[in-house]
Design a protein around this ligand. Structure first.
Ligand SMILES: CC(C)(COP(=O)(O)OP(=O)(O)OC[C@H]1O[C@@H](n2cnc3c(N)ncnc32)[C@H](O)[C@@H]1OP(=O)(O)O)[C@@H](O)C(=O)NCCC(=O)NCCS
Length: 139
């Protein structure tokens, strides 16, 4: 990440920026009533801003602070991808777990195709014990 162009901060995006980043980067759109708690209640946030203050990348951790953490909302606006922003966000989030949580934390994520190489480069592994990811959207 070019530090002359971008600043990494340990803060969530604004609600409007969060909704915009998810939508423009191709993640499923969320509503404001879903976004508010996500912004307020996560264990850690990172945002990347341009020199003129536009938020162009984000990522967060949901976690218990003890041993279990979920990486969510990894998103970089298309015009700013392939510049190391996602790597900077995730590297810093993992460093915060190393700093603030007891040793041996388990960190998991749902790896959509665009992020898989990056996640593997940062140490994430596919399950080798037959585990699969299961999820449902409650109605
Ligand atoms: C996944 C995502 C967040 C990655 O963000 P990003 O900011 O582009 O990530 P990075 O630039 O750090 O790394 C991505 C690639 O750029 C490369 N890269 C890193 N720094 C670079 C630099 N300075 N110059 C050129 N390329 C660079 C990385 O090596 C990586 O390449 P690879 O895929 O060949 O390994 C982004 O693609 C995205 O928002 N996708 C859409 C939403 C999505 O699917 N999110 C993931 C949900 S799990």
């Amino acid at each position: 990440m070019d530090l002359d162009l971008y600043t990494l901060v340990s803060e969530p995006p604004t609600l409007d920026d969060y909704l915009r980043l998810r939508e423009v980067s191709g993640l499923t759109p969320k509503r404001a009533d879903q976004a508010g708690p996500a912004l307020a209640n996560s264990w850690a946030w990172r945002s990347v801003r341009t020199r003129d203050g536009e938020t162009v990348a984000m990522g967060r951790l949901v976690g218990d602070g003890g041993w279990y953490f979920l990486v969510a909302d990894m998103a970089t606006l298309p015009d700013h991808q392939q510049r190391g922003l996602g790597r900077a966000v995730l590297t810093d989030l993992l460093d915060e777990i190393r700093d603030r949580a007891p040793e041996g934390a388990f960190v998991t994520l749902m790896a959509d195709l665009p992020g898989q190489r990056l996640y593997e480069q940062l140490g994430f592994e596919r399950p080798t014990n037959g585990s699969i990811t299961m999820s449902q959207r409650l109605r």
